[in-house]
Design a protein around this ligand. Structure first.
Ligand code: T5A
Length: 218
């Protein structure tokens, strides 16, 4: 049976990486086989592209080219890592996925959404998320948290942008959640670590129960 595919989305410093590790631990304790991956990155090829896009080296090529690079990295991660794991029945948790391209390159980057969606359809065939947790946090709080973990070289290509850009992204993620309520759950990421974890657990449990009920009906 195909594994569950759960993606974590949202703005900078929202706590996705922290919560993905906590959820992985919890699901493993419950007996599930879990794989954690991230984007851009995940596979060796995609990690190489990650360095190019996050260093800002591709910025001068324009937002369309950056969108293509993110899609290329996603394609490699999907083919090399995500699909084989799902087919083996593994639960895959991915730190950012297709919604980040819709929001960062589309909503705030100005790249034509249809162009982004056409790449998305090609690249994610057979690997569409079953559940997407959208971590919502006031922009200033998220950036302050992200700043705690910046390495010596400071913010990356996207973190360093204007507040207005980050606000647009926050709204972009909320819009996706509203348009696709069957797949998306908004998590109030401004809460304490414990409360965010409880919200994540509740959303995942609800999804797993819904899935199990649907299988029983079949
Ligand atoms: N991108 C990505 C695109 O433009 N297009 C795409 O298609 C894709 C896939 C990725 C960048 O690439 C862009 C988006 C991004 O700008 P990244 O380094 O992977 O870059 O960055 P992020 O995913 O944004 O990771 P961050 O580290 O910024 O945020 P997280 O993972 O949401 O936050 P996390 O867990 O690292 O937490 C940050 C700090 O806050 C603390 C943690 O301990 C940590 O110190 N924290 C909390 N503190 C208090 N209360 C809580 N509830 C807390 N939760 C976490």
């Amino acid at each position: 049976m195909r594994g569950h595919f759960i993606t974590f989305e949202g703005g900078e410093g929202a706590g996705k990486s922290t919560q993905i590790q906590r959820l992985a631990k919890r699901l493993r304790k419950d007996g599930q086989t879990v794989l954690v991956t991230r984007e851009p990155g995940g596979s060796p090829g995609a990690e190489a592209v990650r360095h190019v896009v996050l260093s800002g080296a591709a910025k001068t090529m324009g937002p369309e080219m950056e969108a293509i690079l993110f899609a290329a990295a996603r394609s490699d991660n999907v083919e090399q890592v995500i699909k084989p794991a799902l087919e083996a029945g593994t639960t895959v948790l991915c730190d950012r996925f297709m919604d980040s391209s819709r929001v960062y390159q589309g909503v705030s980057g100005g790249v034509d959404l249809e162009f982004i969606l056409s790449m998305e359809r090609a690249v994610t065939e057979g690997a569409r998320p079953d559940l997407t947790l959208i971590f919502d946090i006031p922009v200033e709080l998220g950036l302050a948290r992200a700043a705690e973990v910046w390495a010596d070289d400071g913010p990356d290509r996207f973190e360093s942008e204007e507040l207005e850009m980050h606000e647009k992204r926050r709204q972009g993620f909320l819009d996706i959640a509203e348009e696709e309520p069957d797949r998306c759950v908004v998590i109030d990421a401004s809460q304490s670590l414990k409360d965010v974890s409880a919200a994540v657990d509740a959303a995942v449990t609800e999804y797993l129960e819904r899935k199990q009920a649907a299988q029983t009906d079949d």
